[in-house]
Design a protein around this ligand. Structure first.
Ligand SMILES: O=C(O)CCC(=O)C(=O)O
Ligand SMILES: [Fe+2]
Length: 209
């Protein structure tokens, strides 16, 4: 599998998952959503809703609300149920692409409608920043933006497509990143098991503690 290094420590694997693997993953994620319904996180302090809807699997899940802000929780904020385990398929991909000695503890599932986006941010709610972040995308293309470790650093844009993997590791682990917009993608709907959920699904596997 050919990786393209975007910046030191940031590796893009275009078409890492073939169509059959995307379909299998979509079924796993549809099962995760059925067990742990999508919810809306809110920005700390302002309480403004995020445009993505989300859920999680794994011992911990990421969420945010007005009063307590960004954090990991062992239970779904609305149902109170523990998150389902991370599917074996994702644990295998983590081992293959990161070679990190510990398993991921959280898999955040972000579901983007065609008009959803995600502002430039760092993933820094994790105690373990030695571990990479592994991202997988399904469905519509997006314009992904990657910067440096300071918000004002120069950024580069790349397209993330269905089946792509992206790793933020080492010097890129704390780089700012975001999703400018979903690109029109009549040709790449979500795989069948996720049809109707939105335009794009992104998974991030994270080590937290
Ligand atoms: O959707 C993406 O590609 C990025 C998601 C992300 O940065 C996050 O969930 O922290
Ligand atoms: Fe992020």
């Amino acid at each position: 599998m050919q990786a393209q290094q975007i910046t030191p420590g940031a590796f893009h694997y275009p078409a890492f998952l073939d169509a059959a693997a995307q379909e299998r993953l979509a079924q796993e994620i549809a099962d995760v959503i059925a067990a742990a319904p999508l919810f809306t996180s809110r920005m700390p302090k302002s309480g403004l809703p995020m445009s993505v809807r989300m859920t999680n699997c794994g011992p911990l899940g990421w969420m945010s609300d007005k009063d307590r802000g960004y954090r990991y929780e062992p239970r779904h904020p609305e149902t109170g149920a523990p998150w389902a385990p991370i599917p074996q398929m994702l644990l295998d991909i983590w081992d293959e692409l990161t070679a990190y000695p510990k398993s991921p503890e959280a898999c955040l599932v972000n579901v983007y409608a065609a008009d959803a986006k995600m502002g430039l941010h760092q993933d820094r709610d994790e105690a373990d920043v030695a571990a990479p972040i592994l991202s997988l995308s399904l469905g519509a293309d997006c314009r992904f933006r990657l910067g440096g470790r300071k918000r004002a650093d120069k950024t580069t844009a790349l397209t993330l497509s269905s089946g792509d993997a992206l790793i933020l590791s080492g010097p890129a682990r704390l780089c700012f990143h975001g999703v400018d917009r979903i690109l029109p993608s009549i040709l790449t709907p979500l795989p069948a098991p996720l049809a109707g959920q939105g335009a794009r699904v992104n998974l991030t596997l994270r080590r937290v503690t």
